[in-house]
Write a protein of this length. Structure first.
Ligand code: GLY
Length: 421
C-alpha cells in the first residue's frame, strides 16, 4: 500500500512509525513533514496542508492508495472531500463531519439531538454590547469556561476563576470576528478517548489523559498539550464502554441521520464527573500528544486499520491488539511557548529512538533547530506507569535546546493515586 500522510507534528511522526511497521505498507510519503521524518518516509516540504489542489497533485504523482490526514485544518477546510472526489481512499472526515471540531456550536447541537451529556453553553456573537457580555458572564461562574467557537490549536479555551480574565478572553475572541461560547465548568478528571468511526461502527483505542496547562501542577495558560499517558489506571473497568455507548455511538448515529456520516478518528474529550462521562469537546482527528502514547502500545498493524476506515470496512476488522503496560509522552517546548516561541535554536542529544519530532527543521549548516512551539516529544513505555515515566524522563534529560522547558509531572497524579472518580 502506498500511503501519503499529511501533517508535520509529533502526532504525524507517531503515525508514520506505526504505518512503517505494517508489512502492508510498501511506500510512505509525508507532506510537509519535519526534519525527523526522513528515515521513515519521503518528505515533501512546501505543501500547504489546506491546499487541496497541491495535495491532490502530490497524491496523483505518488499514485497513493491511501491518504491519511493528520491535522484538523485541512479536514475543516474540506481537503478530504476533494481527495475523495478525485478518487482517493482517505482517512479523515469530510468537511461537514469535521464541523464536530470546527464549530463548537455545531457540536453542541449534535450532542443535544443525540442526548449526550455536556456542559450547558451560551454563544455570544460579534456585535454583542457590553451589557450583553456582562449579563452572559453573570449567568456563569464561579469558574468561567470561555471558548473560541472556531479552531484555535488548543489555545482558544480559557478556564478561570477570574471574571476579568474571562471577560478579556471574550473580548479577544469577538474582536477576531468569531463567536465565543461560555460553558458551565465540568468537574472531574479528563479522559481523551479516540474512536475509529466508520458510519455507525465505533472502535475505541486505549483511553489517555492529556496535560494541557504549560506548567507543573496544572498552572499557567493552556497549550496544545504538554504530555500524556495511556491507559488510565484510575478509570472504572467499564469506563471506555460507557463513553462509547453514552457518547460516541449516539454521536456517530446522529451524524449519519444528518447526512454527514463520520469516517475517521473521533476524539472525545471527556470530563468524568459524578454522573459519569460528559463531553468537554470533540476533535475530528487524532489528539496531539495523546496519540504518541496510545500508538506506542498498539500492536494491530496501523495501515490496514486506517485503510479499513477509509474503505468502509471497519466492522470486519478483528479486535484490536495492545501491548501490556503503559506509555507516556512528554513534550519539549521552545522558549516562551505557548506565547510566540523562539525558533532557530540548535538541538542536540536526539539520538534516542524514543524521540519524535514536531517543530524541527535544518538550518543552513545542516544542524537540527527548533522551528515551532512544541519541538520534540519523548516516549517512555514500561510495565508500570512509574517505569514508563522514568524511561521518558531519562530520555528528555539528554536533550539540549537552549531555553526549552517541559513539565516534570506528566502522569504523576495517577502514579501517586491522586485521581479518583
Ligand atoms: N491534546 C489536545 C488536542 O489534540 O487537541
Amino acid at each position: 500500500m502506498r500511503i501519503l500522510l499529511i501533517g508535520s507534528g509529533a502526532r504525524e511522526h507517531a503515525l508514520l512509525r506505526g504505518l512503517s511497521k505494517d508489512p502492508a505498507t510498501t511506500q510512505l510519503d509525508v507532506a510537509p513533514g519535519n526534519a525527523g521524518m526522513g528515515d521513515l518516509a519521503t518528505v515533501h516540504p512546501g505543501i500547504r496542508v489546506d491546499d487541496a489542489d497541491s495535495v491532490i497533485a502530490l497524491a496523483r504523482d505518488l499514485d497513493s492508495d491511501l491518504v491519511v490526514i493528520g491535522p484538523e485544518i485541512p479536514l475543516v477546510a474540506g481537503v478530504a472531500d476533494a481527495l475523495r472526489e478525485a478518487g482517493f481512499a482517505v482517512f479523515g472526515p469530510n468537511r461537514d463531519a469535521a464541523r464536530i471540531e470546527g464549530s463548537k456550536t455545531f457540536a453542541k447541537d449534535v450532542m443535544a439531538a443525540a442526548g449526550v451529556r455536556t456542559a450547558h453553553a451560551e454563544a455570544i456573537h460579534p456585535g454583542a454590547t457590553e451589557q450583553d457580555i456582562d449579563a452572559a458572564l453573570g449567568r456563569f461562574g464561579p469558574t468561567w469556561v470561555v471558548k473560541d467557537d472556531g479552531l484555535a490549536a488548543g489555545k482558544g479555551v480559557v478556564v478561570t476563576p477570574d471574571l476579568a480574565a474571562a471577560r478579556a478572553h471574550v473580548e479577544d475572541v469577538l474582536a477576531g470576528g468569531n463567536p465565543v461560547l461560555l460553558e458551565s465548568f465540568l468537574d472531574g478528571p479528563e479522559v481523551s478517548l479516540f474512536c475509529l468511526v466508520d458510519g455507525e461502527t465505533v472502535v475505541p483505542l486505549l483511553p489517555a489523559q492529556d496535560h494541557k496547562r504549560v506548567f507543573d501542577n496544572d498552572e499557567g495558560p493552556n497549550t496544545g498539550g504538554m504530555g500524556a499517558y495511556a491507559p488510565l489506571p484510575w478509570l472504572p473497568a467499564d469506563g471506555v464502554q460507557r463513553i462509547v455507548d453514552e457518547v460516541c455511538v449516539p454521536v456517530a448515529r446522529e451524524m449519519v441521520a444528518r447526512g454527514c456520516s463520520y469516517s475517521g478518528l473521533l476524539y472525545a474529550g471527556i470530563a468524568w464527573g459524578q454522573d459519569g462521562p460528559s463531553v468537554v469537546e470533540f476533535n475530528c482527528r487524532f489528539g496531539d500528544p495523546e496519540t504518541q502514547a496510545v500508538l506506542a502500545l498498539l500492536e494491530t498493524p496501523l495501515a490496514g486499520l486506517l485503510n479499513s476506515v477509509a474503505t468502509g470496512t471497519l466492522a470486519a476488522q478483528p479486535p484490536l491488539e495492545w501491548r501490556d503496560g503503559y506509555a507516556l509522552t512528554v513534550v519539549l517546548a521552545a522558549h516562551n511557548y505557548p506565547g510566540s516561541p523562539r525558533t532557530g535554536d540548535v538541538i542536540t542529544g536526539v539520538e534516542s529512538e524514543n524521540i519524535l519530532h514536531a517543530g524541527t527543521a535544518r538550518n543552513g549548516a545542516g544542524e537540527l533547530v527548533s522551528a515551532g512551539g512544541r519541538v520534540l516529544n519523548v516516549i517512555g513505555t514500561g510495565d508500570t506507569l512509574e517505569s514508563a515515566r522514568e524511561n521518558a524522563y531519562a530520555t528528555i534529560a539528554g536533550i539540549n535546546l537552549d531555553g526549552s522547558h517541559y513539565r516534570t509531572d506528566i502522569a504523576l497524579p495517577a502514579v501517586e493515586g491522586r485521581i479518583s472518580i
